[in-house]
Design a protein around this ligand. Structure first.
Ligand code: UD1
Ligand code: CA
Length: 455
C-alpha cells in the first residue's frame, strides 16, 4: 500500500504533494519503484484530492487505486486500501507516498525480517540530524518498540528521542486487521494514526521489531518545500557518492547531477555541470564534457560527449565524438567512431560506423551509411506538413555543403552530391548529383557600374 491521499497543505502547491519531483521523478513513482523491488503480488495506491492527476501519472503501471476522501489520517488510509488487497495471507507492506529516497534493498531487508521471524510487524526507523516533526520511537526497558509518539503529542522528554519513524511498515495480514480494528480517532487532530498500531500490537504481546536504516537519508519524508529541496540535495549527493564508489572521476561534485537510475562504469570522467537523467548508462572510459545533459541515453566505451550537448533517448557508439553543441533526439543511434559536431541535430536516425556530420546539419528519419561525409548545412527535408519520410544515404557517400535532401530519397553508395544541391530524385551508386544554376561571370562589370553612377 502506498499512501498518497494526504492534502499536502504544507507544500503550498496546486500540485498534489506526491507529484512533486526529486531528481526528475515524482515522489509517488520513486516509492513505487522501490515497492516493485520486493515483487509485490498487488500494489494499491491510496488517493484523495488530485487523484485524476496521480492516476494519469501512474498510467501504464500495474497498480490499483483506493479512494480516501476526506483524508482522516494514515490509519484510515490503510483501512480504505484493505478492500483492494484481496484475501491474501502474505505480509502487507505500507509505504508513505512522500519518502522518495527509499531503496528497494532496505525494503527487502524489512520484508525478510518480518517473514523470517514471523513477526506481527517490522518497521523502519532512522536517526536524522534533527528529529524534527517525525514520530518518535519509544522502546521499553528491554529495547523492544512499544509505541510511536507523533512529535506534536510528545512530551519534552520524548521529543529528545533521536530514533524516529520512517513510515515504512511490514505487517502480517492478521496483525494489520487486529490493529486497524483498534485504532481510535486522535482526540486532538480527529485523525486515525497508523502509528498507533505499534502500541496496540505491543500491548497484545505482539512480536514487533524495528530496524534502523543504514543511511538515514533514505527515510527522509517530504512535507514542505524545504524538505523537497533537502531531498533533491541528498539524492544529488547520493548519486555522486555512487559514481565515485563505481570508479568514476567527478571533477566537480558540487555541480554534477546523477539520477538514481543512471548506470556508471569505471573510468568514466564527468566534467563540471553535467546532468545525467533517467535510464542513462555510461560505459567504461567515456567522458562527458561540461554543460551536457543526457536523458535515457546510452554511451558506449571511450566515447566523448560535450561540451554543451543535449541528448534524449539516444545511443552513442564506442569512441564516437559528439559536440560541442549537438542535439540528439529520441531514436538517434550513432555507431562506433561516428562524429557529430556543432549545431548538428539528429532524430530517429541511425548514423553508421565512422560517418561524420561535423557542422550545422539536420538529420531526421535518416539512415546514414558507414564512412559517409555529411557537409555543413545539409538538411533532410523529412516533413511535408503532414507525414514524415525517410532519407537513405549509402556507404561512403559524400553529401556536399548546403544540400537539401527532399525525402523520401536515396543517395547511392559512394555517390557524390555537389554543394548547394536540392536532391529531389534518387542518386544512383557512384553518381554525382548537381542541381545548381550554372554560374555566369561578367568581366569588368564593377568598373562599368561605377562609371555609370558617376556619369
Ligand atoms: C508520518 C508518521 C510519522 C513518521 C512520518 C515519516 C503518522 C501518523 N505519522 O507523519 O510517525 O515519522 O510519517 O515520514 O503516520 N496520507 C494519506 N491519508 C491521510 C493522511 C496521510 O494517504 O489521511 C498519506 C500522505 O499523502 C503521505 C503519507 O500518508 O504520503 C504520510 O502522511 P503525512 O501527513 O505526510 O504524515 P507525517 O506527518 O509526515
Ligand atoms: Ca510525511
Amino acid at each position: 500500500m502506498i499512501l498518497a491521499a494526504g492534502v499536502g497543505t504544507r507544500m503550498r502547491s496546486a500540485l498534489p504533494k506526491v507529484l512533486h519531483r526529486v531528481a526528475g521523478r515524482t515522489l509517488v513513482e520513486a516509492v513505487l519503484d522501490a515497492a516493485e523491488g520486493v515483487s509485490p503480488s498487488r500494489v494499491v495506491v491510496v488517493v484523495g484530492a488530485g487523484r485524476e492527476r496521480i492516476a494519469a501519472t501512474l498510467e501504464g503501471r500495474d497498480v490499483r487505486f483506493a479512494i480516501q476522501e476526506p483524508p482522516l489520517g494514515t490509519g484510515d488510509a490503510v483501512a480504505r486500501a484493505r478492500g483492494q488487497i484481496g484475501g491474501g495471507r502474505g505480509p502487507v507492506v505500507v509505504l508513505a507516498g512522500d519518502t522518495p529516497l527509499l531503496c528497494r534493498e532496505t525494503l527487502a531487508r524489512l520484508v525478510e525480517l518480518q517473514r523470517g521471524k514471523n513477526l506481527d510487524l517490522a518497521f523502519l526507523t532512522f536517526r536524522p540530524p534533527e528529529p524534527g516533526d517525525f514520530g518518535r520511537v519509544v522502546r521499553d526497558g528491554r529495547g523492544r518498540p512499544s509505541g510511536i509518539v507523533e512529535a506534536r503529542n510528545a512530551s519534552a522528554r520524548q521529543k529528545r528521542i533521536a530514533e524516529v519513524n520512517a513510515g515504512v511498515y511490514c505487517f502480517s495480514a492478521d496483525a494489520l486487521a487486529r490493529a486497524l480494528a483498534k485504532i481510535k480517532r486522535n482526540p486532538a487532530s480527529g485523525e486515525y494514526y497508523l502509528t498507533d498500531a505499534v502500541a496496540i500490537l505491543a500491548a497484545g504481546r505482539g512480536k514487533i521489531e524495528a530496524i534502523e536504516a543504514e543511511d538515514w537519508r533514505e527515510a527522509w519524508g517530504v512535507n514542505t518545500r524545504r524538505d523537497l529541496a533537502a531531498a533533491e540535495q541528498m539524492e544529488h549527493r547520493r548519486g555522486v557518492e555512487r559514481a565515485l564508489d563505481a570508479g568514476v572521476t567527478v571533477l566537480d561534485p558540487a555541480t554534477v547531477r546523477i539520477g538514481p537510475r543512471v548506470a556508471l562504469a569505471p573510468d568514466v570522467v564527468l566534467h563540471p555541470f553535467v546532468s545525467l537523467e533517467g535510464r542513462t548508462t555510461l560505459a567504461e572510459g567515456c567522458e562527458i564534457l561540461s554543460f551536457t545533459r543526457l536523458v535515457d541515453t546510452s554511451v558506449a566505451a571511450g566515447a566523448v560527449v560535450g561540451p554543451h550537448c543535449e541528448t534524449d533517448g539516444a545511443k552513442i557508439g564506442a569512441r564516437a565524438r559528439v559536440g560541442p553543441f549537438s542535439r540528439l533526439r529520441p531514436g538517434s543511434e550513432l555507431e562506433e567512431d561516428v562524429r557529430i559536431g556543432n549545431f548538428v541535430e539528429t532524430k530517429n536516425t541511425i548514423v553508421r560506423k565512422g560517418a561524420k556530420a561535423q557542422h550545422l546539419a539536420y538529420l531526421g528519419d535518416a539512415d546514414v551509411g558507414a564512412g559517409s561525409n555529411i557537409g555543413a548545412g545539409v538538411i533532410t527535408c523529412n516533413y511535408d506538413g503532414q507525414k514524415k519520410y525517410r532519407t537513405t544515404i549509402g556507404e561512403g557517400a559524400f553529401v556536399g555543403t548546403d544540400t537539401q535532401l527532399v525525402a523520401p530519397v536515396t543517395i547511392g553508395k559512394g555517390a557524390y552530391v555537389g554543394a548547394g544541391t536540392t536532391v529531389t530524385q534518387d542518386v544512383p551508386d557512384g553518381a554525382l548529383a548537381l542541381s545548381r544554376v550554372p554560374q555566369v561571370n561578367k568581366l569588368g562589370w564593377a568598373a562599368r557600374r561605377k562609371a555609370k553612377k558617376s556619369g
